[in-house]
Design a binder for this molecule. Sequence first.
Ligand code: AMP
Ligand code: MG
Length: 422
Amino acid sequence: MSGPPLDDCFAHDPKRMPAGEALALLRQRVRPVVGEETVPLTEAHGRILAETVISERDVPAFDNVAVDGFAFAHGDLCPERPTRLRLLEGRAAAGHPFPGRLPEGAALRVLTGAPLPAGADTVLMQEDAELAGEAVVIPPGVRRGANRRRAGEDIRRGQAVLQVGQRLRPQDVGIAASLGRARLRVFLPPRVALFSTGDELAEPGAGLPTGATYDANRTILQGLLDALGCRVTDLGILPDRADAVGLALERAAAAHDAVITSGGASRGDEDHVVRAVERQGRLHFWQIAVKPGRPLALGQLGRAVFIGLPGNPVAAVVCFLRFARPVLTMLGGGRWPEPRAFLVPASFVMKKKPGRREYLRARLARGADGRLWAEKILREGSGILTSLAEADGLVELAEDTMSVAHGDLVEFVPFSEFGLVT
Ligand code: AMP
Ligand code: MG
C-alpha cells in the first residue's frame, strides 16, 4: 500500500492535534467545578453521586427463605431414603418470623422472604414435598442450605457500594434504598450557556428570508445537554459581529460553568468566536484532526470552560458527543464516560485519509449470516441532519486506517453509549 498523499493536510499540519491526544489531555485536566446538594432518592435518578456510600448493615439483614416450602435441619435427613419430618403448627412468612426454634426431626411451613427459623438451615420447595397427614416427606438428595438466602449475600456491612462520580441509574438508587438511605449527596448540575452564531440563522417559527437557514443546532444541543443533566440557559443566536460576540461570551462566562457555541469558529472573515476567546480568555486547542469536526475549539473564558462546536449540524453533534459530553460530565463531578465500541463487520468499502480520526454515521442491519453488520449511511455531507436520524451510532475509524474492506471488523459505538436512548 502506498503512503499518505503529499497534499494530505491532516497528516502534515502540525497545528492539528490528534483526537486521542486531545481526549487524553481533557481527561487529565478537567476538574469538577460544581457544588453539592443532598436530595431525596426520587430526585437522585440520573444525578452524579458526590459521596461514597458505605453499607452500615448486611443486606439481606438475616438468613431468609427463597421459595414457598418447608424448612428443616439438613442433619435430620437420611441420605439414602425419603425422610418423614413432623410438621409443626404455625408458619413463618415475610415480615412474620416464627417465634420458636425447630426441634429435632421437625419441619415448618415457610413462605418466600420469611426469616429462616432458628434450628433450620435448608428449605424444600413445596412442589417437591409430599404431605402425609401431620408429616412432610423429604426426598433424598436435597443439598444442605438449599433455597436459603444468606445474610449479607447481596451487600456486606462496611462495603462501599456506590462511588463518587458515578451517574445514578435506577438500580443504583435502588441499592441506596435497600440500605435504608432516604437521601443522597449529589453534585449540582453544571450551568451551561448555549449560543448559536451566524447572520444566516433564523428562529424556527419565524419567516425564512432569502439566504437564511433555520437554527437546528440549538434545539439538538439543548436536548443533548438536558439528557446530560445540565442546567441550560438558551441565549439565542449571535450575529457575525465581533463586538456582539465578545460581549455576549463575556457575560455568559461570568454566570455559567461552561459556554457552548456552534458555528463561527473557523478563521474566516465572519468567524468571530475563536478570536473573541483568544482576546478575552485562553484557547487551549482549536483544530483537532477529526472528521467531521473541523473546527472544534476548547478554551477558558474566566472561570468558565468554552466549547466552540462546528456549525454544520452533523459535525456539531459528533463533536458534542465525543468531546463536549465527557468534558461536561467531568465538570459536573462525573467520571470520564469513555464510549464502548463493539466490533462489527462492515457492509461497506471505503478509502480514508490517514492522520485523522473519522466518525461515520452507521446503521446496524442483520445480514444473511444472522450477524449485525454496520451499514454506512450514504448521504454523508456534514450538513445532512437526516443522516443522523437514520443512524444507530457511529463507526470510529482510527488515524492509521486507510481503507475499509467488506467484512472488516470496525468499531461501532451505539448512540446509547453516548447516553442517547430512544
Ligand atoms: P460556520 O461554522 O459558522 O461557518 O457554519 C458552517 C455551516 O453550518 C454553514 O452552512 C452554516 O449555515 C451552518 N450552520 C451554522 N450554525 C447552524 C445552526 N445553528 N443550525 C443549522 N445550521 C447551522
Ligand atoms: Mg457562521
